[in-house]
Design a protein around this ligand. Structure first.
Ligand code: RFL
Ligand code: PHB
Length: 393
């Protein structure tokens, strides 16, 4: 017989979704246990997203985990679109009154883990063979192994925050979920480099040779991306070749790309993916477990935060007053926002990348779209409003 433990909400996955949910539940007096397949060191050093919408940054601050972000985060009031040899700035502050925060996802994860552990919260790292059961009843269970011992977690609800390759979504019986997917014919080759950012703001560059992005992590660390094949062989990219390609694609008026030691490199394929509904009985899916966006809109982490805001509020109402309405509406509430963010991420991806299949006509239309966005207040406001983030609820 496995050792049985009881909690209110069993959370699978200690990425941003799972950790933020545990934190927001704790602030409402709701107990949870987080089960994570990887080690603490691994999740605290996993380099991924870097841009927080104003709503995500505000949520972290309001819930008491914004101290380091306030010190080290870089507030950005605009981005640069670079195409046809020209720069066009989208001024978020002027167009929307808001801004975004450049702050690494792995630091958000570290801040949330520290807050959970300081509050006496339980996170089981290196949990093995996690499986979810009985979520069609009011006594769902999660089974797992900890240090080789069989364990069982009995809970009221399960939150599937275990990412795209997790175990929760595939545990939902066939026929319940509908999947929507688009796989793009390219990926991003991303690097981290010990080089001061060559621009104060992010540069999204549409170039004949393919898209490229200049981003950053700190005043001394640059994060740069190149559009590549989805199955690009990273071994074929020496540091010299990466810098040469970045120099070509990012060339711009009065611009010098500063190079430095490349400390990490990797290739990410690009897809858009959504499941409907984001719930089955008492199992809720959040973040990448329910949807994936191509990174061009910088939305993955922010979508996860939006789901967490909706579910933590709904669970709060259920525990405080037995109000089931928020839980019943969870999927529909999230999906309204998810699809708008999917649309934005698909649109940014389509506008900025090179498509091998484009005819010369389609290429001209793509450049005309960029020119329209850059020159029309209405169109640049639409970009800005989506980039700084649509309301969570
Ligand atoms: P995460 O961060 O993937 O966390 C899921 C957690 O669940 C754990 N897990 C399991 N735990 C227990 N049992 C199992 N069977 C488990 N299976 C998985 C995993 O170890 C992990 O700790 O999902 P979450 O919390 O929904 O957060 C979403 C964001 O991480 C994600 O949307 C973004 O990082 C997406 N993304 C990017 N977004 C951006 O906005 N900008 C970027 O530059 C950017 N780069 C990226 C990315 C995602 C990447 N992935 C997923 C391949 C780069 C990469 C490489
Ligand atoms: C990043 O800094 O990793 C980043 C920034 C903006 C994006 C995607 C990734 O659109």
């Amino acid at each position: 017989m496995p050792d049985t433990e009881r909690t209110q909400v069993g959370i699978v996955g200690a990425g941003p979704a799972g950790l933020l949910l545990a934190h927001l539940l704790d602030r409402q007096g709701i107990a949870s246990v987080v089960l994570e397949a990887r080690s603490r060191e691994y999740v605290e050093n996993r380099i991924r997203a870097g841009v927080l919408e104003q709503g995500t940054a505000d949520l972290l601050t309001a819930s008491g985990v914004g101290e380091r972000m306030a010190r080290l985060g870089l507030p950005h009031e605009g981005i640069i679109l670079r195409f046809g040899g020209q720069d066009h700035r989208i001024d978020f502050r002027a167009l929307t009154g808001k801004a975004v925060m450049v702050y690494s996802q792995h630091l958000v994860v570290r801040d949330l883990i520290a807050a959970r552990l300081a509050a006496g919260g339980r996170i089981v790292f290196e949990a093995e063979r996690v499986s979810v059961h009985d979520f069609d009843t009011d006594r769902p269970r999660i089974r797992y192994q900890e240090n080789g011992a069989e364990r069982e977690l009995e809970c009221d609800f399960i939150a599937g925050c275990d990412g795209f390759h997790g175990v929760c979504r595939p545990s939902i019986p066939p026929g319940v979920l509908t999947e929507f997917e688009r796989v793009y014919p390219f990926g991003w080759l991303g690097i981290l480099a010990d080089a001061p950012p060559s621009s104060h703001e992010l540069i999204y560059a549409n170039h004949e040779r393919g898209f490229s992005l200049l981003s950053m992590r700190s005043p001394t660390v640059s994060r740069l991306y190149l559009q590549c094949a989805p199955d690009e062989d990273i071994e074929a990219w020496s540091d010299a070749r990466i810098w040469a390609e970045l120099q070509t694609r990012l060339a711009g008026p009065g611009f010098t790309l500063r190079e430095g030691k490349i400390t990490q490199k990797g290739v990410t394929p690009m897809r858009s993916f959504v499941v409907e509904p984001m719930q089955c009985g008492r199992l809720f899916l959040l973040g990448d477990a329910a949807h994936i966006v191509p990174p061009t809109g910088a939305k993955g982490l922010n979508l996860a935060a939006g789901d967490v805001a909706v579910l933590s509020r709904a669970l709060g109402a259920w525990y405080a007053a037995g109000d089931e309405s928020g839980l019943a509406a969870y999927s529909a509430t999230c999906l309204r926002r998810v699809w708008k963010v999917q649309r934005f991420s698909w649109w940014m991806t389509s506008m900025l990348h090179r498509f091998e299949t484009h005819s010369p006509f389609e290429r001209r239309v793509q450049l005309a779209e960029l020119d329209y966005v850059a020159s029309s207040v209405a169109a640049s406001t639409a970009l800005a409003e989506n980039y700084i983030g649509l309301p969570f609820i």
